[in-house]
Design a protein around this ligand. Structure first.
Ligand code: NCD
Ligand code: ZN
Length: 333
């Protein structure tokens, strides 16, 4: 069996910088027509200058691939003039509560202080992408943050708000209630629960923010995605960290799924008997919600066994060393 995907998109991706960028960006660029690139670099992407420099770095390492990096700016208070200047160069602003995840120290500490920037974004139709977690108990963080999402959705009804990498049944339910709210869902949150992370030997490669939740939460995500919910877009949240930052005291958060994203998506959609819905999850929903037209790029996936490499550079991928049953067709293979 085979399936052709038109212009697949990854709506939430970490590409990093330097050698890591060189290692991971081509893996996404060969399989996807575009990806939303997160701005949480060591020095966050929070100016027009850093933005254009980062885009150039990405384009350089992606070579001739037909691939659009949809850039995001790290959310901080911005003046209207600053946003007017970058408006056409970004797909949105990414908001992190301060210190909530990898390299987010410069994020928001007080939500009452950002209203002016949100108003400018609404006026300029710049979407707001949000890492929605409080600093509460780890399993409750996403649920607690829903209050903040509610205020945002009600106070800025014309602002497109994207709940990034949702992991709970509450988030699915909340998202449905407001027309201006969408969500991304990762591959790994469709597959794993907290049990896979810490239920046996602890698995650093599955540790990420938000942490994987309960079987019920995973069930709610799966029902929403496998029933073709048009508000939900694929965002891998592929977040590479070198092995020495995972297999150590103080494991970094992030699951590296870029090289297996499309094959595993095809596999789980096929298992559910809904391969016909994969196109909308990995492309059409995002094109409609964000009003974007990615480059035309056709990717064919075929049922074919292969074993995922143990390492890409210094990073262990999701399913590293394991057998997959779907593969991306590559020229000359
Ligand atoms: C991401 C990273 O490493 O940049 N980590 C993660 O666990 N998902 C940041 C993020 O999206 O939270
Ligand atoms: Zn992320």
């Amino acid at each position: 069996m085979s399936i052709i995907l038109d212009s697949p998109l990854d709506m939430h991706l970490h590409l990093r910088e330097g050698e890591m960028l060189q290692c991971v960006a081509p893996l996404t660029a060969r399989d996807f027509a575009g990806a939303v690139v997160m701005p949480n670099l060591i020095s966050p992407v929070d100016s027009e200058h850093k933005l254009s420099q980062y885009r150039r770095d990405i384009e350089r390492v992606c070579g001739q691939e037909l691939f659009t990096p949809y850039m995001t700016l790290f959310f901080r208070p911005y003046r209207l003039a600053e946003l007017e200047k970058v408006k056409d160069q970004v797909i949105g602003l990414k908001l992190y509560p301060a210190g909530i995840t990898t390299q987010s120290e410069a994020g928001v500490t007080d939500f009452s202080e950002i209203e002016e920037t949100l108003q400018h974004m609404q006026d300029l139709s710049i979407p707001l992408l949000v890492h929605g977690e409080t600093s509460g108990f780890v399993m409750d963080r996403e649920r607690e943050f829903i209050e903040v999402y509610r205020d945002l959705a009600v106070n800025f009804p014309k602002l497109h708000i994207i709940m990034e990498h949702i992991t709970t049944a509450d988030s699915v339910e909340f998202m449905e209630r407001y027309d201006n709210v969408s969500a991304t869902v990762t591959l790994h949150h469709l597959m794993i629960t907290l049990d896979d992370v810490v239920g046996g030997f602890m698995q650093p490669d599955l540790f990420c923010k938000p942490i994987a939740k309960t079987p019920r939460d995973r069930g709610a995500l799966r029902s929403a995605v496998f029933s073709g919910n048009p508000r939900i877009m694929f965002g891998s949240d592929s977040a590479p960290h070198p092995r020495h930052r995972k297999e150590c005291v103080g494991c970094a958060a992030g699951v590296f799924t870029a090289p297996v994203a499309l094959p595993l998506l095809a596999q789980i959609f096929a298992e559910e008997g809904c391969l016909d819905l994969l196109q909308s999850f990995v492309s059409d929903n995002a094109c409609k919600r964000y009003r974007i037209s990615p480059p035309e790029k056709r990717i064919t996936l075929t049922e074919k066994e292969w074993v995922v490499p143990e390492l890409y550079g210094t990073v262990r991928p999701f399913y590293g060393g394991e057998r997959l049953f779907w593969a991306v067709n590559r020229d000359g293979e």
